[in-house]
Design a protein around this ligand. Structure first.
Ligand code: PLP
Length: 285
């Protein structure tokens, strides 16, 4: 497979970075993941504007302008076109410098890396059956709205899910639902879709926004507001959303069935709306 590193395309085996890269030493960098269907990036503008927000938030200079990012991503997709659907990963670190927490003086060039991986969206069986999840305390920091590469808490939380043989860990902070270790979470209560508000405790998901737009457009009752642990535990439906998972129903939480233990009607409707929407925007050229 072909990757991009600091201006050049090369086989992944040839892409190497210096050990003093601040991404390696401090986890000092940000990233982005963009789903690509039939060679077309989905919601590219939104993903790149979130990338810019992440860069600004951690004060790393944006190494490319919009058309520079777009051209690089287009070429990366072309180079890896053997995969029908792809997941494009972008990473920018503060660069290479002697080890010191403070920003390097003088400024150094950010390290820019990009790769593509095959995108496998959940199978029809998984969509129909739903998945299980557990809950855990949200042990992360207070800037979860930044898509930072320092993901140790997420790694530990996701491993807890794997250790329990379930798909995801849903996080609770001070008794409120934040998100999953690598997904946003919605619940349905008596037909109304409830979504935690975008704040510093969760990543503003691109898929989350698509779901909100679809709910509004199709007049599905929607309320954006804090979701308590009690609301989560008594929800009629729980959903996970992300660029690679799209939408999945959680049918068991901490070993207890969510409602009747099957994906609910609002989920099934939203799943169909999401697929229709995706197919409309991604219509082969
Ligand atoms: N929350 C976290 C912690 C994530 O890592 C992700 C990424 O997959 C999401 C939410 C979902 O974001 P998006 O829909 O942009 O993929």
């Amino acid at each position: 497979d072909t990757v991009y590193l600091n201006g050049s395309f090369m086989p992944s085996a040839q892409a190497t970075i210096p050990v003093l890269d601040r991404g390696f030493i401090f986890g000092d960098g940000i990233y982005e993941v963009i789903p690509v269907y039939s060679s077309q990036p989905f919601r590219l503008q939104e993903h790149l504007s979130r990338l810019v927000h992440s860069l600004d938030a951690v004060r790393i200079r944006n190494p490319l302008d919009f058309s520079g990012w777009q051209a690089m991503i287009t070429r990366l997709i072309q180079e890896n076109r053997a995969w029908k659907d792809q997941s494009v990963y972008l990473q920018v670190t503060r660069g290479v410098a002697p080890r010191d927490q403070a920003f390097p003086v003088p400024d150094v060039e950010p390290t820019v890396f990009a790769m593509s991986m095959p995108l496998s969206t959940p199978s029809a069986e998984l969509v129909a059956s739903g998945v299980s999840a557990i809950t855990a305390l949200d042990i992360r920091w207070q800037r979860c709205n930044i898509k930072a590469i320092s993901l140790l808490a997420n790694v530990l939380l996701r491993q807890e899910a794997v250790d329990h043989g379930v798909a995801e860990t849903l996080m609770l902070r001070d008794g409120w639902l934040t998100e999953g270790s690598s997904s946003n979470v919605f619940i349905v209560h008596e037909g109304t879709l409830l979504a935690p508000p975008k704040d510093q405790h969760m990543l503003p998901g691109i898929t989350y926004d698509v779901i909100l737009e679809l709910a509004e457009y199709h007049a599905i009752p929607l309320r954006i507001g804090a979701v308590s642990e009690a609301q989560l535990r008594h929800a009629d439906e729980i959903w996970l959303t992300s660029s690679t998972k799209e939408i999945l129903a959680v049918v068991s939480l901490d070993g207890k069935a969510v409602h009747d233990g099957r994906p609910g009607p609002v989920f099934r409707r939203m799943y169909a709306l999401y697929q229709d929407f995706k197919n409309q925007v991604m219509r082969p050229r």
